[in-house]
Design a binder for this molecule. Sequence first.
Ligand SMILES: Cc1cc2nc3c(=O)[nH]c(=O)nc-3n(C[C@H](O)[C@H](O)[C@H](O)COP(=O)(O)OP(=O)(O)OC[C@H]3O[C@@H](n4cnc5c(N)ncnc54)[C@H](O)[C@@H]3O)c2cc1C
Length: 328
Amino acid sequence: MTQRKITLDGKEALCQEGETVLDALLREKIDIPYSCQQGACQSCLVRSEDVTPPEASQRGLRAGLCRQKYFLACLCYPEQDMVITRSKLPDYFTEAIVTDKQLLNPETLLLTIECKDPLDFYAGQFVKLKRADGLTRSYSIANSRMHATHLTFHIRRLAGGRFSEWAHQELQVGDTIEVSDPQGLCYYLPERQDQGLLLIGTGSGLAPLAGIATEALHHGHTGPIHLFHGSREMDGLYWIEEMRQLQREYPNFHYTPCISQGDPPAGVARGRANDVALAAIPDLKGWRVYLCGHPDMVNQTKKQAFLNGASMQDIYSDAFHVASSSLD
Ligand SMILES: Cc1cc2nc3c(=O)[nH]c(=O)nc-3n(C[C@H](O)[C@H](O)[C@H](O)COP(=O)(O)OP(=O)(O)OC[C@H]3O[C@@H](n4cnc5c(N)ncnc54)[C@H](O)[C@@H]3O)c2cc1C
């Protein structure tokens, strides 16, 4: 079996076949920031000091960074031994003021902030929010690009979660928070506008999908847009009326709220959002698919969407991993 030696800060980790550089470093308890482990959040950006990193490990990085041999440890299956260094590139953060806080349901906060500088983002991308003590977490932008300085987020409160509990309980309107450059590859571009869009989200996974749907409709997307939003119970759903209003305004937009437990009221489907969606639209050949929210749902549905005919290049996803950086 081929093993590759990864050297960081004079410490060595042996990368087994089928393992990423990140897997090997974490197994050896070598401290390295990481979060989504899917190449989206770019927290595990590192730089090769010697060999050129595999192309697949540079997915989504700017050309300049690729030339300087930066790569994502979570996407890198090394082809040779590598000497690597930590990223010296700090995330670029801008300041923002909290302008509104509202509860969307008992566990989800609608947070609105106004950025000092306009943010050039695509609908569906996420940013890192940083509080004064440096604690940083990723949250998806819930609005479309029509508002470049005004951003909204849906923050689900996790019991014992350091950032989410603080955002719910302590963060106040008027407070300052820092916002990183937009990141991630799960976003809408106004191309192939007659293509069907299938959007499936669980919990606060509605945030990026609402941004994507609004953006697509704003750009005059003509293909059918189907949004399925799921939770266990009615309490976990939100924005039902807002999405129904969008459905009334745009004949090509279809919205299905779903609950997986209990008896659903009229207009709400029974079952997990991904099961309901794939039963309603079983043939995904030619469709563009967006999956956001619980990592198990995202990973399972990604495979199923591919088996049902969607091309891998047409499947976009953000799994909301809650693993926190070991450097927090
Ligand atoms: C690309 C991306 C986009 C995301 N978008 C969103 C979004 O739009 N909305 C959203 O709500 N979330 C989103 N997330 C998740 C978000 O980034 C945070 O991970 C989440 O809010 C939890 O952060 P936290 O600091 O509150 O929890 P953490 O403090 O990181 O804790 C995470 C979990 O571990 C548990 N825990 C913490 N410490 C311990 C311990 N010592 N022992 C045992 N258990 C412990 C907590 O109870 C909690 O359940 C996204 C994540 C990614 C990667």
